[in-house]
Design a protein around this ligand. Structure first.
Ligand SMILES: Cc1cc2nc3c(=O)[nH]c(=O)nc-3n(C[C@H](O)[C@H](O)[C@H](O)COP(=O)(O)O)c2cc1C
Length: 171
């Protein structure tokens, strides 16, 4: 897909087909995350790729918002340092947004759907994935081919009118 088409086609997909994602495509999505910009280029992130069905099902059980992970072909757990400093957390959140959309657009470019999943219970996920005590799983990204319609540029996305959002020269 062209970049502009991928931007327009990406949507949050929560129901996935059984079609697996090739290793090469998963690697490309992970590489998109690896290439993402981060504050002072600190790259304070790690990615855990999960593809086992039982692991995906268990991950989905640890959050009300992660039901879609159970049926995904894969999920990427985005791991960040734990911090009690609001300034550090603000910069980590910005980094998280960058890496997330990079991976999602790389997936959309391949026709692969994705969805965010916020976690509620950190400890069972830490036991399952084995990341250290000083890290947290900040977000899961589900990946898979859509069960319904394939990704294609969306003519009218559910968004506030663009003229209401874009201000030119002044508010
Ligand atoms: C920071 C963030 C967290 C999100 N967390 C979840 C989540 O936990 N579970 C979920 O199903 N969708 C989650 N979403 C997806 C949003 O609901 C989705 O982007 C929004 O409804 C717009 O959907 P669309 O891009 O398909 O139009 C999250 C999105 C963002 C940006």
């Amino acid at each position: 897909m062209e970049t502009w088409d991928a931007i327009r086609a990406r949507r949050n997909v929560r129901r996935f087909s059984d079609r697996p994602i090739t290793v090469a495509d998963l690697d490309r999505i992970l590489e998109a995350g690896w290439r993402s910009p981060s504050s002072v280029n600190k790259q304070r992130w790690d990615f855990i790729l999960c593809t086992e069905r039982s692991q995906l099902q268990e991950l989905s059980s640890h959050s009300r918002w992660a039901g879609h992970v159970a049926g995904a072909a894969a999920a990427v757990a985005l791991i960040l340092p734990h911090s009690d400093d609001p300034d550090v957390n603000e910069s980590l959140d910005l980094d998280l947004g960058q890496v997330t959309i990079s991976m999602m657009l790389a997936a959309a470019d391949l026709g692969i759907g994705s969805c965010h999943a916020a976690l509620e219970d950190q400890e069972p996920v830490r036991r399952l994935l084995g990341y250290p005590e000083d890290r947290v799983c900040a977000l899961l990204i589900s990946l898979g081919y859509p069960a319904d319609r394939p990704l294609a540029p969306i003519k009218r996305p559910k968004r506030r009118p663009i003229d209401e959002i874009v201000h030119r020269d002044h508010w």
